[in-house]
Design a protein around this ligand. Sequence first.
Ligand code: SF4
Length: 199
Amino acid sequence: MDQPPRSLSALREAERACRRCPLYRHATQAVPGEGPRRARLMLVGEQPGNDEDLAGAPFIGPAGRVLDLALEAAGLDRATIFVTNAVKHFKFVPRGKRRLHQRPNAGEIDACRVWNRAERALVKPALVVALGATALRSLTGKTLSISSMRGRTADLDGGAKLIATIHPSFLLRIRDADDKRKEQARFVADLKRARDFLG
Ligand code: SF4
């Protein structure tokens, strides 16, 4: 990138034209972040899923619904938050008519870091929440576990603070009802910490 984009619309255009890794080849479109230009809180997920890839908007599928419920339970209004992903194109393997999510690898995450850096430079959030290990890698440039970072507040380049929690899709994969309830409560508690940080 010669010059960082000066607006969110310029950034969206740049992301659409991106060829920095192979993921653009099979995805429908790049899915840019969404939210107010001056949001104080930014949530960073992993990558678009099937629904997001088709619609071009982040967190609108099953994981997005889990996120919306948790935000509501934590007293946070999604309309005030900039919601985005570490990786902008959907990575999947075809299985018949379905497209199965695949985790982006380190090279793909690192190739895409430039776009979240640009988002943070434009939005200047006070707090960034990493939803899952892919977001954490994108934001810190390091492979860190969520458990090692959970409950802590770290510094990010550019002055924002960082907290880490799970990706909401993790909750969709838990079968045991008790475990699911416990993990949901922990997720909401992490989001409440974000709300309290912002005051
Ligand atoms: S996933 Fe990111 S780095 Fe790869 S082509 Fe898409 S926008 Fe570019």
